[in-house]
Design a protein around this ligand. Structure first.
Ligand code: F6P
Length: 342
């Protein structure tokens, strides 16, 4: 059995732990592996690397991905689609393990529908993939943001300021919500619930009235004010999957809060810090369990499936189901967070 492994989309702590688990488990089953470089782009351009037990030894604590990644969509042109399928045939791949988020696994679903065996592993720091309770990488990102919030609290308090902290989360506010609760944010703003700038200022002023001269606001990059009617973007360029480049809501909100409350307001954009570096112990374990189960699925001939976490158990779901729509935050949890606003 010859298996291709690829990692696509934004990188995510735990990718290397999945690769290691896939290869080590697969070797026990007598499988052979080929590393496909830079996601689906490697299959279009014919860029591969050997993936042996030696190559993956000890890589589980390392951030990034030894295979490289890209946001290339092979179905963007007929030519790239043709080249990808030709290369899959020429390589003699019996199966592809695709480790990615909604876009990479969306491609995997399409590739599977054209008759290629595929198994998916859910990756994204945003935790917005359906079919799984959690994706690996999310726990690490939440820990990094919580670490940052703990530090921002003290400097913000010392200067009697308002601090707006912009975190990742395009269409879902999981990182903002979890880290905001853990880090004791005074307001948390998520894409699922367009916010009212006056209400946000009201929380800041209420705190001031109670003698608290500093406030910490966590805002997901995809959150937007009701009056803007849509997401705030840096520029209008689209990536290969048609996403705009987000960013700017933190700066926008900081200016508005300062203008409307008269309190000095700063902003911090945590950006790619949230996805770089070593995975948390939780993510290493989850990534390892996902990788092992992905190879077991191949052994059982269960293709077109994605490994997933349900409660404490690793299960599998259909790739088609998992990529139909994104998983937005649980609003019951947002209501818990709201208790601590202001
Ligand atoms: O992978 C998802 C994500 O983390 C989003 O939250 C964010 O909008 C995007 O990646 C940014 O990634 P890049 O800068 O690599 O395009």
């Amino acid at each position: 059995m010859k298996i291709g492994v690829l990692t696509g989309g934004g990188d995510c702590p735990g990718l290397n732990a999945v690769i290691r688990a896939v290869v080590k488990k697969g070797y026990l089953m007598g499988y052979e592996f080929i590393g496909i470089k830079d996601g689906w782009r490697g299959l279009i351009e014919g860029a591969y690397m050997p993936l042996t037990r030696e190559k993956v030894s000890g890589i589980h604590p390392i951030g990034g991905t030894i295979l490289g990644t890209s946001r290339t969509n092979p179905f963007k042109s007929e030519e790239s689609t043709k080249r990808m399928f030709n290369n899959i045939r020429e390589l003699g791949l019996d199966c592809i393990v695709a480790i990615g988020g909604e876009d990479t696994l969306g491609v995997a679903t399409k590739v599977y529908s054209k008759g290629v065996n595929v198994v998916g592993v859910p990756k994204t720091i945003d935790n917005d993939l359906s079919g799984t309770d959690f994706t690996f990488g999310f726990d690490t990102a939440v820990n990094i943001v919580t670490w940052a919030l703990d530090r921002l609290h003290t400097t913000t308090e010392a200067h009697h300021r308002v601090m707006v902290v912009e975190v990742m989360g395009r269409h879902a506010g999981w990182i903002a919500l979890y880290s905001g609760i853990a880090g004791g944010a005074d307001v948390i703003l998520i894409p699922e619930k367009p916010f009212d700038i006056e209400e946000v200022c009201g929380y800041v002023e209420k705190r001031k009235g109670e003698g608290k001269h500093s406030s910490l606001i966590v805002v997901a990059e995809g959150a937007y004010p009701k009056e803007a009617g849509g997401m705030i973007t840096k520029d209008t360029a689209l990536d290969a999957f048609g996403h705009v480049k987000l960013g700017g809501v933190g700066e926008f909100l900081a200016k508005e809060v300062e203008k409307r409350t008269g309190i000095e307001t700063r902003y911090v954009v945590l950006g790619h810090l949230q996805r770089g570096g070593t995975p948390s112990a939780y993510d290493r374990v989850l990534a390892t369990r996902f990788g092992v189960r992905a190879v077991e699925l191949i052994g059982e001939g269960k293709f077109g499936r994605m490994v997933a976490l349900r409660g404490q158990d690793i299960v599998d779901v259909s790739l088609e189901e998992a990529t139909k729509e994104i998983k937005t935050v649980n609003m019951d949890l947002y209501e818990v967070a709201e208790i601590f606003f202001g």
